[in-house]
Design a protein around this ligand. Structure first.
Ligand code: HEM
Ligand code: HEM
Length: 277
């Protein structure tokens, strides 16, 4: 039950921590009445800015922590749960740091990057909750490897069966064995379809050719057709599993690089603030 405990970890410990933190920050913001109105440069503004920046560094450190399998500093589950809730708390902390003064300037770049990282994180959580179950539904008792082995077995069985049949059948069987792609380019993986799939073409072709065959040939062609249809089903399931996996990973290509860009933008923000001070 990995997915549930991501949000519910330790009876929502990090949701509670986050609610308290956000409550305190909002209370301080309301209570604080600086002479020139709230902005990032008051003592509270600096405090919230510093807290936000430290949070960003800690959140990014998760990428390192994730790969330290031998660390004893908390479970990965706990870290991820804290990451998700405290990451979302930046929406409140950084917005109150800026006192809602978000315009089109270098400071806003940091803010916008932060929002995009957080939104991609929301997508990530959604994907973590939804996609693994769908991968399991697609694969059933199988794994991707066992599907690929099943496809290879069918290819091996099909080739000798087709030998006694017309050339057109052999061409279809050979093309299906040699040119069917599962995965392929990144785009193809993501779509999970191949509109020029040689196996789909073989299934359609064998049916047409079969109509003109008689006797033994018709019977063997029927068997070849049945195995090819079974292969098509395995190929489709394998492609669907690959597509779901790609969807599970896609958001990280936004989340992680933009985290790094966010740190760079933050450095620019802090430097420019002190430069104009
Ligand atoms: C995640 C971290 C941060 C974000 C997203 C952020 C974002 C912003 C934004 C959008 C503004 C409003 C700019 C405007 O008035 O147009 C602002 C103002 C400001 N920030 Fe930050 N900031 C962060 C961290 C920090 C840190 C670490 C410091 C300094 C230690 C800092 C210092 C300031 C100051 C002094 C201002 C007022 C600038 C002015 O209005 O002249 N910020 N920040
Ligand atoms: C500015 C805020 C954030 C920063 C800088 C940040 C940064 C990171 C980094 C560097 C990783 C490690 C990824 C890897 O190396 O594979 C990560 C993972 C993750 N982040 Fe964030 N994150 C932020 C906010 C969020 C938010 C708000 C959420 C969800 C609501 C979130 C959800 C996740 C999830 C689910 C992972 C786990 C990815 C995995 O284990 O494959 N993040 N984040």
């Amino acid at each position: 039950m990995r997915h549930q405990s991501l949000l519910a970890y330790a009876r929502y410990r990090y949701l509670k921590v986050t609610m308290v933190v956000i409550g305190l920050v909002i209370a301080a913001y309301i209570w604080h009445r600086p002479p020139n109105g709230p902005y990032g440069g008051t003592w509270l503004g600096y405090t919230l800015g510093t807290v936000s920046a430290l949070l960003v560094l800690w959140l990014t450190y998760f990428g390192v922590r994730k790969r330290r399998y031998r660390s004893t500093l908390g479970t990965l589950q706990g870290w991820l749960s804290a990451h998700v809730y405290l990451g979302a708390s930046l929406l409140a902390i950084a917005t109150l740091h800026a006192a809602f003064q978000v315009g089109w300037n270098v400071h806003t770049l940091a803010y916008v990057l932060m929002i995009v990282v957080i939104l991609s994180g929301f997508y990530g959580v959604w994907a973590y909750l939804r996609v693994p179950t769908r991968i399991t539904d697609t694969l059933g008792e199988d794994t991707l490897e066992s599907l690929l082995l099943g496809i290879a077995d069918l290819d091996r069985a099909l080739r000798p069966m087709a030998l006694g049949l017309p050339d057109a059948v052999n061409r279809l069987v050979l093309a299906s064995a040699q040119e069917t792609r599962i995965g392929g380019t990144w785009r193809q993986q993501f779509r999970g379809l191949d509109s020029n799939c040689p196996t789909a073409a073989a299934v359609a072709g064998l049916q047409t050719i079969g109509k003109a065959l008689r006797g033994d040939e018709a019977r063997v062609n029927e068997q070849v057709y049945a195995l090819m249809a079974r292969k098509q089903e395995l190929v489709n399931r394998a492609r669907r599993a690959v597509a779901l996996k790609a969807r599970l990973d896609l958001w990280l290509f936004i989340h992680v690089p933009l985290s790094i860009a966010l740190i760079a933008a933050l450095v620019a923000h802090v430097v420019s603030v002190f430069f104009y001070w």
